[in-house]
Design a protein around this ligand. Structure first.
Ligand code: NA7
Length: 553
């Protein structure tokens, strides 16, 4: 493996040790680690800057739902000590500024090619390397390809009759214009009530002359209790960072430093339970679901938390019919990603906001100046689609990936994604996924999971270099066992009871498989470390000569 790119024998092909697809938080850290180890790396990014999901999702009110002191890199002590987050949950522009700062601070830009997509990648079995074709028609060769394509980056345009004929402007929350949008004085329609809508609706409502929110399924949302971070709060975090990060990596279920009591919800009496929920509601955020240790396992326990939130909605929303419509009742709380909001439910008390219930029938059609639903026309000037993403596999599926024997990854995953540890898929040697399906991924603080995967891959590539190995591939048996394990763990929880994007249920025709691994980030990390310690158990590694195959399974 070489430290610098070289022009291969054809005279046209640039050659790298590793091609990384995507310059979001995963791609940036992967580049940093590999470069530090002396590998030659080229990153391709379709956006014009770093940041990934934070580059695209610029809709009003966009924020992270994990506290910024925790939703940040831990790999550099100086970085985490020096960067000043302004609020408990930083707004999107600040997270993007942080990503840019990291790119500059670690000199990453020189190895990133922006405004360029990877269109296809094909594995050459003889050369044991990938040929990668980019959107500018270039072909590069790399021994390894790392897909750092993000889990929520393939924005999904809904298939609604008449959408193309709408006369006003149409925006998707996941592809928001860089210059921003001012809705002052306009009648606006928002379709969708997931996390993106729940964050943007209160902000748009303050600008629009009237806002119609088209709701197919209500969602549970917990107040963020966002606030400016004081210097003392930042300092307290920084002093304790070593332990906070250790806990998030090793002990936490979801990569977040938070207290999880060793009690189930039904072990407390009515009053004690209510007091605990009140306390979590008052402190705000995702950790509401950690009020008890069995909320995601036991339906009766879950019902107590869901009832509490439904009561809160009824207390906040003045009109009883609107309140009832906003109360989720078709999935256990937390089995769809719980939302975190600022004034979402209270926004429906505004005279300029109307909730339109389209449950069970959807939108009839979009007319040039209106949304037609339930045989009523709602006249609007602008339309916001907060309709989500083809999550976890969507961005990977857009690349034509051909492994051994020319088989495509899309063919292999036609019945749902299959991976070993969420890191590799059998038949696709030397191709790694960061936070892929089969790993904790979207069920966790993404930065914690990203750092874990990047470090594991970096260690693996170093091991291969030391051992003069040319290829690594998941073995079929290990992959089958892992897929079975991921499903088995999911079935022990309430998650499969919801038609969520975790299950692929938001995309018509997508196979319904629970994609992330629920075992917890600490447990998962130990499994991955153990696999590596046992000489990459479950992977087959080969030297240049096929005869020297080293079966690790
Ligand atoms: P989500 O959570 O997938 O929400 C999408 C919303 O759009 C959801 O309410 C959908 O209703 C609704 N939707 C989708 N298609 C339609 C059509 N055709 N008609 C009406 N309504 C529709 O995406 P978000 O962007 O809000 O959040 C994604 C994640 O990003 C979030 O979980 C955080 O982790 C960050 P449905 O529920 O399918 O009935």
């Amino acid at each position: 493996m070489s430290a610098a790119p070289s022009v291969a024998e054809s005279g046209r092909e640039l050659t790298f040790d590793v091609v990384v697809v995507g310059a979001g938080f995963a791609g940036m850290y992967m580049l940093h680690r590999l470069r530090g180890l002396g590998f030659s790396v080229r990153v391709y990014e379709q956006g014009s800057d770093v940041g990934g999901t934070w580059y695209w999702n610029r809709y009003p009110g966009a924020r992270c739902d994990v506290e910024s002191m925790q939703y940040s890199y831990s790999f550099s002590e100086e970085l985490q000590q020096e960067w000043n987050w302004s609020e408990r949950y930083a707004p999107q522009p600040e997270i993007l500024k942080y990503a840019r700062h990291v790119a500059d601070r670690f000199g990453l830009r020189s190895d990133i090619v922006f405004n360029t997509r990877v269109e296809c990648a094909a594995f050459d079995e003889d050369r044991k390397s990938w040929g990668v074709m980019t959107s500018d028609g270039k072909l590069v060769r790399a021994q390894f390809v790392v897909l750092a394509t993000g889990c929520l980056s393939n924005a999904r345009m809904p298939d609604i009759k008449g959408l193309a004929g709408f006369a006003g402007r149409v925006f998707h929350t996941g592809h928001w214009p860089h210059e921003g949008v001012d809705f002052t004085g306009q009648r606006v329609g928002v379709i969708g009530t997931g996390s993106s809508a729940i964050q943007s609706v209160p902000v748009i409502a303050r600008q629009a002359s009237h806002l119609f929110v088209f709701q197919r399924t209500p969602n549970f949302s917990i107040p963020a209790r966002n606030a400016p971070l004081t210097a003392e709060e930042r300092e307290a975090f920084r002093k304790n960072y070593a332990e906070i990060r250790r806990f998030a990596r090793e002990d936490a279920r979801n990569g977040i430093y938070a207290e999880l009591p060793e009690r189930g919800a039904l072990e407390d009496g009515e009053n004690a339970r209510r007091a605990r929920y009140e306390q979590r509601w008052a402190s705000g955020g995702l950790t509401f679901m950690l009020a008890y240790n069995n909320l995601i396992l036991d339906k009766a326990a879950n019902d107590t938390a869901a009832d509490f939130v439904r009561e809160k909605i009824a207390e906040i929303v003045s009109d009883p019919m609107t309140a009832r419509r906003l109360q989720p009742d078709n999935h256990p709380i937390g089995t769809k990603r719980i939302c975190v909001d600022t004034d979402y439910y209270a926004t429906f008390n505004r005279p300029n906001v109307t909730l339109v219930d389209i449950h069970g029938r959807g939108i009839d059609e979009i007319l040039p100046h209106a949304v037609r639903a339930g045989s009523e026309n709602y006249e609007i000037d602008a339309l916001v689609l907060a309709t989500g993403f083809d999550a976890m596999t969507g961005s990977v599926a857009k690349i034509d990936i051909r492994g051994r024997g020319g088989k495509t990854l899309n063919q292999k995953w036609a019945e749902g994604p299959k991976t070993y540890l969420g890191l590799m898929s059998e038949g696709f040697p030397n191709l790694f996924l960061i936070t892929g399906p089969g790993s904790p991924s979207v069920l966790s603080n993404m930065i914690v999971s990203i750092e874990q995967h990047v470090d594991w891959i970096a260690d693996c590539l170093s091991f291969m270099r030391r051992s003069a190995l040319a290829s690594i591939e998941a073995s079929p048996d290990a992959e089958e066992r892992w897929v079975a394990h991921v499903n088995e763990v999911a079935e022990m929880t309430l998650y499969p009871q919801a038609n969520s994007w975790y299950m692929g249920a938001n995309i018509p025709g997508k196979p319904r498989i629970f994609m992330p691994y629920i075992g917890g980030v600490g447990v998962y990390r130990r499994i991955c470390n153990d696999v590596a310690a046992k000489g990459y158990e479950g992977f087959t590694m080969r030297a240049r000569q096929a005869a020297q195959a080293v079966a690790m399974s």
